[in-house]
Unconditional design. Structure first.
Ligand SMILES: C[S@@+](CC[C@H](N)C(=O)[O-])C[C@H]1O[C@@H](n2cnc3c(N)ncnc32)[C@H](O)[C@@H]1O
Length: 391
């Protein structure tokens, strides 16, 4: 990651514009390690640079939580700060190369906020979970150009490989998301998905709670599938197959069927391997037969209007506030000038927690630089934080 090693850090009087880069305010760590975050705006993006103290030299780099992409945004901002504050750079891995247009964020790669704010519903939607080598996803997208395919994966090299192939094959109907499939479905409107493919999921025999298929996943699948839509599980794992049968056969109106060693049009790398080993392959298909009501609209992330006292911020405990839906945990506290405060918060579900910053100035709170993702667990975490801040 781009960084500068500097002799010593010099704060600037903020706000200040250095060329095209704006530095908005500085938030100082309140703990013994010291250091600061510098709120930065460049090319329409807001993020923090961070200053860390070391024994012999000090470091200026981007903050992990708000890190923008592509990297040139960070590099140019670091150099702009160093120039304006007249910092002495000891060494760095930062050049001043202009934006590389080949490295622009790929159009097919979406963030979870994209789906949370405005889920695409202009076409038939199919979802593939854990697409791996993406052979199946690419094949399906090429064969069905009018269908939107959303591919979920958490393994970054697989994502990069898929993005490359999307460009090479000039496919316009795939969106890729780096997100945990167990939580994604809550962002999907009811009755709009025609297929959910779960091909060769990790069996997690020792940690079954990490399996994609679960009672709650099945319930959410039934909600998002249209009538006649299907959830297709394909697995070589005898254990996973039995577990799926048990989960799928809990009483519900929709129906499922099971096949063994069924040929499909495209064979994934995993399937190739299992076939060579002459392993059995099981398909468990769940067909949705009911129309579901729309999911409840979730609220927003505004804070109550009554003034927040300094004592309420002080009283926020470093212990985790655990609830059955998830948690909040105040990780660090900051000061902004003489009167302002900021907290860094881990929040949301246990499976996919998020970190966010909350600024409290003149008695009112706001998230910076962006709101949490609109998930149910984040919203509950926000309500809990609001209660704690308002006593
Ligand atoms: C065994 S591979 C199968 C890949 C591909 N479907 C195939 O048939 O070759 C399972 C994939 O699921 C991904 N995965 C595991 N858990 C996931 C989750 N919770 N959300 C999204 N992807 C997940 C893994 O990163 C891995 O690439």
């Amino acid at each position: 990651m781009p960084h500068l090693h500097i002799e010593s850090f010099k704060p600037l009087a903020l706000p200040l514009k250095c060329g095209d880069v704006e530095f908005l305010f500085q938030a100082d760590y309140k703990d013994k390690h010291g250091g600061a975050l510098i709120a930065t705006r460049y090319k329409g993006r807001e993020f923090f640079l961070t200053h860390k103290k070391g024994d012999t030299k000090e470091l200026l780099k981007s903050d992990k939580i708000t890190r923008p992409s592509p990297n040139f945004l960070i590099k140019h901002s670091l150099l702009a700060y160093a120039e304006c504050a007249k910092l002495h750079i000891i060494d760095s891995n930062v050049d001043n190369a202009p934006e590389n247009t080949h490295l622009k964020t790929h159009d097919a790669l979406k963030s979870i906020s994209y789906f949370a704010e405005n889920f695409p519903r202009d076409r038939e939607v199919r979802i593939e979970i854990g697409f791996g080598s993406a052979r199946h996803l690419l094949h399906q997208a090429a064969a069905n150009p009018n269908v939107l395919f959303i591919g979920l994966e958490i393994h970054k090299p697989s994502i990069e490989q898929a993005l490359k192939q999307i460009v090479i094959q000039n496919l316009q109907n795939i969106m890729i998301l780096d997100y945990d499939a167990r939580i994604f479905l809550e962002f999907v409107p009811s009755n709009i998905v025609s297929r959910i493919y779960v091909h060769f999921p990790v069996p997690w025999d020792k940690k079954p709670h990490r399996r994609v298929i679960s009672e709650s996943f099945l319930k959410e699948s039934e909600r998002v599938l249209c009538v006649g839509g299907r959830l297709e599980l394909r697995t070589d794992s005898e254990n996973y197959y039995r577990f799926a049968l048990e989960t799928f056969s809990t009483p519900r109106q929709s129906c499922f069927d099971v096949r063994k060693n069924q040929e499909i049009a495209i064979v994934s790398k995993y399937e190739d391997r299992w076939k060579k080993m002459e392993k059995n392959i099981y398909d468990v298909t769940f067909t949705c037969e009911v129309e579901s009501p729309e999911a409840d609209a979730i609220g927003d992330f505004s804070f109550s209007s009554t003034s927040i006292s300094k004592e309420a911020i002080e009283a926020l405990s470093r212990d985790t506030y655990k609830r059955e839906w998830g948690f909040i945990h105040v990780e660090r506290k900051f000061t902004i000038g003489k009167e302002g405060a900021m907290i860094r918060l881990a929040m949301g579900s246990f499976d996919r927690p998020e970190s966010n910053y909350v600024i409290i100035e003149k008695g009112t709170a706001r998230y910076f630089p962006s709101l949490p993702v609109r998930s149910n667990a984040n919203l509950k975490a926000h309500i809990l934080l609001d209660e704690l801040l308002h006593g």
